[in-house]
Design a protein around this ligand. Structure first.
Ligand code: 16G
Length: 239
């Protein structure tokens, strides 16, 4: 399986061999993989070589390291289409995951210049600032900070904690129309890495969404940090 005469680097060959086992389902998600030492003995390579292959697979999201426990096969990445305007709750339910939120903070703050402009309100007007960790099957997926004008809608903290923002908005009789969204690559800072249970410096996706109601009024400005190892965004294109 490992060909020492091949021009392909050994760590790369090991990486490919492990990927194949995961893709074929021979190694189930959630199962623990052998130790570096065992791999090194099996493949007759150095532990350094094994470590490099495993590091790459962790960075690509195939494997997950849990402190003091070992290295495990990750679940499949969550694929999210960037076509329909959906909520986190809807996205997770559609994939058979149980959505949940950890409410970090729920408060009203004064809009600064930038936020006021985006939400089309006057500066210093009150906005809800909601910080949530979004979970799927109890695994943290993203950190979200949402700003909603207080004058637009009264939000219920308990509902935000236990349910969905979009359902609360729609139950209040508003219709969500469209959103503009940007995605960019970044790395997890220390605080983010702790919340998301990933290594500091691990890849993350920064997403900003601005959502509008059918009345044309902005509903929300959202800054989110998504785990790069668990998320894959899909875009359909047509010529
Ligand atoms: C998604 C949206 C976010 C929205 C939230 C509502 C992205 C990047 N963001 O997470 O803008 O506020 O859904 O979710 O997709 P909820 O209705 O479950 O609270």
């Amino acid at each position: 399986m490992i060909d020492k005469t091949s021009p392909l680097p050994l760590y790369f060959q090991i990486e490919e061999a492990i990927k194949q086992k995961i893709d074929k389902g021979e190694w189930e998600s959630g199962s623990m993989i052998s130790s570096e030492r065992e791999f090194a003995e099996n493949y007759e390579v150095s532990r350094m070589t094994v470590r490099q292959a495993i590091n790459n697979l962790v960075n690509d999201g195939y494997l997950t390291r849990r402190k003091g426990k070992g290295t495990f096969v990750s679940g499949k990445k969550i694929e999210q289409k960037l076509l329909g305007l959906t909520s986190f709750t809807e996205d997770m339910k559609a994939r058979g995951y149980k959505p949940a939120s950890k409410l970090v903070s729920f408060q009203t703050v004064e809009a600064n210049h930038q936020l006021a402009k985006a939400l089309e309100i006057s500066q210093h007007e009150k906005v809800y600032e909601i910080k949530r960790v979004r979970l799927a099957n109890e695994i943290p997926m993203a950190i979200e900070t949402t700003f909603v004008p207080v004058q637009l809608i009264h939000l219920n903290e308990i509902h935000i904690k236990e349910g969905s923002l979009y359902s609360q908005v729609e139950n209040a009789g508003f219709h969500i129309d469209y959103a503009t969204q940007s995605l960019e690559a970044s790395i997890a800072r220390e605080a983010e890495s702790e919340i998301l249970e990933i290594a500091k410096g691990a890849p993350v996706l920064l997403i900003q969404r601005q959502t509008y109601l059918t009345t044309g009024k902005p509903l929300e400005v959202v800054h989110s940090v998504y785990r790069g190892d668990r998320y894959k965004f899909m875009i359909d294109m047509k010529r």
